[in-house]
Design a protein around this ligand. Structure first.
Ligand code: NAI
Ligand code: MN
Length: 338
């Protein structure tokens, strides 16, 4: 089989590997489609904090089970599945309180464990979630990025009468926007970005107001329109955004953070407590795959709208180059393996 291997920083290669046999409790997935994520690019460039090389990358993928290891029901062979990348130990504090996505011994497929940019990939059977006929193969490979939004919004809770504000209309922001409109049906959804093309996608995904903050100040626009956000999600992930969000938020608002910048944000406890704000962090997904698959089956989110490009996996260098040179033209760039 062919796999996409990052041998070390800057070394992305198509390599030939033996087709792996599923171990005990594992299934083997014949991968059909996989999405490229910003973190795959970080692994490629050696700027990912956790990866160990060499690594077959890819954590957003779907396909069909074509073999099972011992202890796995044989009737799973042939099942179409989307694979969650979160492997947890089940024994630590976090796992025992139902938070396996921040497990003490967390391993992420495609980061700590060989991933889905490969014609075949073996994973623990419980990671492979069945996908109904109504969800096509390409859509199934986008369950993971939508699960990031699902997790964030499960943390903050969402009411239909929110005035929601989303910072950033990149791929992650767009999954949040689709979920806020299609699933939670929020009354008012404001999106800010500095790239006009991305604001166009935000409008297509349901944003009521898409604001370009390269030439206007967000606080001025909100004051002018008389809008006070009750739910704020930062999918742009610059540390300065939290500071502004605290100023703009309504009392009793919730703020959801998704970034991993090591730099601090300047936060005033007086402002937080005076408005009794809540701040939520979110990492990967906590058992959100069934929810997202259900959203797709019901047509509440639109994966086709989220995918901007498709490449055969043999053109992986071209696909990465496109994402790196023209990110504003790209939303989800997919690799086809079958
Ligand atoms: P991206 O870089 O494609 O999109 C970010 C968008 O934010 C861009 O369109 C950019 O123009 C915009 N932006 C940047 N600064 C801004 C500002 N100050 N105001 C308004 N807009 C601004 O990135 P992508 O793939 O959408 O990911 C977004 C973030 O989500 C990344 O930082 C990533 O690390 C994080 N992430 C978090 C996960 C989690 O589990 N918490 C999982 C996956 C990604
Ligand atoms: Mn991802």
């Amino acid at each position: 089989m062919k796999s996409i291997l990052v041998e070390g920083p800057g070394q992305l290669k198509l390599v030939e590997k033996p087709v792996p046999d599923p171990g005990q409790g594992e299934v083997r997935v014949r991968v059909r489609h996989a999405g490229i994520c910003g973190s795959d690019i970080h692994i490629y460039h050696g700027t990912h904090p956790f990866v160990r090389y060499p690594r077959v990358i890819g954590h957003e993928f779907a396909g069909a089970i074509d073999a099972v290891g011992s202890g796995v029901a044989v009737d799973r062979i042939g099942q179409r599945v989307a694979v969650t990348p979160v492997i947890s130990c089940g024994a630590c504090y976090q796992c025992r309180v139902g938070r396996p996505n921040v497990c003490k011994n967390l391993r992420v497929v495609g980061v700590h464990f060989d991933g889905g940019f490969s014609e075949y990939c073996c994973v623990p059977a419980e990671l492979a979630h069945p996908v109904p006929e109504t969800v096509d193969d390409r859509a199934a490979a986008t369950v993971e990025p939508f699960s990031i939004a699902a997790n964030m919004l499960s943390r903050t809770d969402v009411e239909p009468f929110e005035v929601a504000l989303v910072y950033g209309a990149g791929p992650i922001g767009l999954t949040v926007i689709q979920a806020l409109k299609g699933v939670y049906r929020v009354e008012k959804l404001i999106v800010v970005d500095r790239i006009e093309a991305r604001l166009g996608w935000a409008r297509a995904a349901g944003a009521d107001l898409a604001i370009n903050t390269s030439d206007r100040k967000l606080p001025d626009v909100l004051t002018e329109k008389g809008l006070t956000p009750t739910l704020i999600i930062d999918a742009a992930c610059h540390p300065s955004i939290l500071e502004e969000a605290i100023d703009l938020a309504s009392p009793a608002a919730r703020i959801g953070l998704m970034g991993f910048s090591p730099d601090p944000s300047r936060v005033s406890q007086r402002k937080l407590n005076a408005k009794e704000l809540s701040i939520f962090a979110s990492r990967l997904n906590n058992r959100q795959f069934p929810n997202v698959i259900d959203w797709m089956a019901r047509g509440q989110i639109k994966p086709a709208q989220f995918i901007s490009h498709n490449f055969p996996f043999t053109k992986v260098h071209e696909a990465f180059a496109l994402l790196e040179t023209t990110p504003a033209d790209c939303c989800k760039v997919m690799l086809d393996f079958a």
